[in-house]
Design a protein around this ligand. Structure first.
Ligand code: PGA
Length: 243
């Protein structure tokens, strides 16, 4: 099925449309296994879902949450872990207990932790909904180019552009993590529904390449076009460069 590409006027409209999309899936399956990206792009969707949760017009409290990516080698309790961000932005506002948030390993035996994570995905019957952003180099999660369709959950070296982009989330004096852990493309491409979001002019070129260029490991987001049911939600500036 070709992706459906929904172009919204601006970030606020994108966030509302993203929340509508997620809410419809959750209404049909309240205990869905949802893979949840961090990064700036989906924050408006999560904030809108949190508002609806408080208003009683949406209930995400039964969801199972799967973390998308993580930094390697920073302490597990550090608030800069992407796990902590996933809790703050998604699980806690939706009253999802932490035991239903499946964490990626950032320390210890990472290969073993990745295998355990993949067993949890399998036990959930696979991912029902993957909520994803796209990096300016075409990465999804920390699947940096090149990452092929068969990559599994694993430790990775972060690309220089990713390290630069992440620097804004770190204290100025602290070195940004250079290694990470990511859910592999195999799991992402197998999700039953996929929501890929992009906002802002800086994403325009890579969104074009991912959607209109060749499906290639060099642009990992392009591999999502092989997913069962991909919806791409962009604002105008990320699609045609309009203000
Ligand atoms: P962003 O990150 O949403 O903060 O732009 C996207 C990504 O790098 O995957």
């Amino acid at each position: 099925m070709p992706p459906s590409i929904l172009v919204q006027r601006d970030y606020d409209d994108l966030s509302r449309a993203g929340a509508d999309f997620v809410a419809e899936i959750v209404a049909a399956r309240p205990d869905a296994a949802v893979l949840v990206a961090t990064g700036e792009t989906p924050m408006g969707v999560y904030a809108e879902l949190a508002r609806r949760q408080e208003a009683g017009t949406f209930d995400g409290s039964l969801l199972q949450v799967f973390q998308l990516d993580e930094y390697a080698g920073i302490p597990d309790h550090d608030r800069r872990t992407l796990y902590a961000w996933t809790l703050r932005a998604f699980a806690d506002p939706l009253h999802i207990p932490h035991r239903r948030v499946v964490r990626l390993p950032g320390n210890g035996d990472i290969a073993d932790g990745c295998a355990a994570y993949d067993r949890s995905v399998a036990a959930a019957g696979g991912i029902h909904l993957a909520i994803l952003g796209i990096g300016i180099n075409g990465h999804v999660g920390f699947n940096e180019p090149p990452s092929d369709r068969w990559t599994t959950t694993r430790a990775v070296r972060l690309a220089p552009e990713t390290i630069r982009a992440n620097a804004r989330y770190w204290g100025q004096r602290e070195p940004v993590a250079r290694r990470g852990v990511t859910v592999g493309m195999m799991t992402l491409v197998s999700a039953r529904r996929t929501l890929l979001m992009a906002s802002g002019r800086s994403k325009r070129d890579i969104v074009r390449r991912a959607m209109r260029g060749p499906v290639s490991a060099d642009v990992p987001a392009s591999l999502l076009r092989d997913a069962d049911d991909l919806t791409v939600l962009v604002d105008r500036s990320a699609w045609d460069g309009a203000a």
